[in-house]
Design a protein around this ligand. Structure first.
Ligand code: ATP
Ligand code: MG
Length: 332
């Protein structure tokens, strides 16, 4: 079985539909076909400034949502990044083989730092992709299921793995990005050319899995659509409608072509109304299951303790091997 690893940040109370369709949905599927490791990456979530009480809460909420969306701790390893110290340890090593200019070319850093002043932008935000590389390489992952926005970080991870292997000897599997094209970039409802984002989207631009479903329905109905009235799939000229079609198709397991046929001659309003219904039906049971998991923090803790043990069993071996190759003296 191939090894798979991916992670999600506890940077908001709720995941959004892009997180689910672009990432978590594929994680659920890959539990059946791969040896899967999934983590809530709390170390990444402190790179932009955070509130400690909210972070602890959001980490639990993230775990509960992952279980509610279908991750099964019997079928995958589910853990919290900070429970496994090897992530931070390998990140240091990898930072020493990453070029400053190379790290400076990461688009996510440019985007996220542009929204802050340079004195409030942390060095951690700059080195974030290196920590992400460590997350992946520690588990010898063959594939990393992520959204389109992570493609560049995956390229860096591959470069670092190859560089380390060439300089110090074969240590890391070189991972491939696993990006499912159709749902790799769900866009903001109000700004349909930008990706939907936990930290950057405006409240009306984001469909949160845990918000009041009636509120989501309203947001869908007031989503920015395009000029013209025909329902067509055209990412370039009709990004708003195309995004709604993408979400609709993914949530109903239908093809865009089937939807285009069904909505031929009908208006944007019909499509929005129906998508709102489909979304509400999707999130209701997810919300209920999330609540149930949150009511049992003892169970969540147990899942995470088992997950951390399983994760450490793999990551400690990789780190020791990397240290060995680097020439660090083994402790007696
Ligand atoms: P933040 O704004 O804090 O970075 P985020 O919404 O980008 O939050 P992450 O936790 O960074 O979410 O990413 C988790 C996973 O969800 C990643 O695999 C990422 O590629 C994927 N993802 C995030 N946004 C989208 C989106 N709009 N469409 C598809 N996939 C997405
Ligand atoms: Mg992100």
């Amino acid at each position: 079985r191939p090894r798979v690893l991916s992670g999600i940040q506890p940077t908001a109370d709720s995941f959004h539909l892009g997180n689910y369709l672009g990432a978590v949905r594929n994680w659920v599927a890959m539990q059946e076909t791969a040896d899967a490791f999934y983590c809530v990456v709390d170390l990444h979530a402190i790179t932009m400034g955070h509130d400690p009480v909210a972070l602890r809460n959001r980490t639990r909420l993230s775990v509960a949502q992952l279980l509610a969306l279908g991750l099964d701790p019997e079928r995958c390893t589910l853990f919290v990044q900070s429970h496994v110290p090897e992530h931070a340890q390998l990140a240091w090593v990898l930072s020493c083989i990453t070029g400053f200019g190379e790290a400076g070319r990461m688009v996510q850093f440019k985007d996220k730092s542009a929204k802050q002043g340079s004195d409030t932008t942390s060095v951690g935000l700059f080195t974030y992709p290196i920590l992400q590389a460590a997350d992946i390489l520690l588990y010898q992952a063959d594939a990393v299921p992520v959204g389109e926005d992570q493609r560049q970080h995956l390229e860096l991870t591959r470069d670092l793995a190859q560089r380390f292997n060439t300089r110090f000897g074969q240590t890391f599997t070189v991972p491939a990005a696993y990006i499912v094209r159709d749902t790799a970039k769900i866009t903001d409802l109000q700004e349909p050319t930008s990706k939907m984002s936990k930290s950057a989207s405006s409240p009306n631009g984001i469909l949160e899995l845990l918000e009041e479903p009636a509120r989501s329905a309203k947001k869908i109905k007031s989503a920015v659509t395009d000029t013209g009235r025909e329902i067509l799939y055209d990412e370039e000229n009709k990004p708003g409608i195309s995004n709604l079609l993408t979400m609709y198709a993914a949530l109903t397991q239908r093809t865009i072509d089937e939807l285009l046929e069904e909505y031929d001659g009908r208006g944007y309003g019909d499509l929005k109304k129906d998508l709102a219904e489909v979304f509400v039906e999707f999130v209701k049971p997810v919300q209920e299951r999330t609540r149930t998991y949150l009511e049992d923090p003892g169970y969540l803790d147990k899942v995470l303790a088992v997950g951390a043990d399983k994760a450490r069993a793999v990551s400690a071996v990789t780190l020791a091997n990397a240290y060995q190759h680097l020439g660090f003296l083994s402790p007696a």
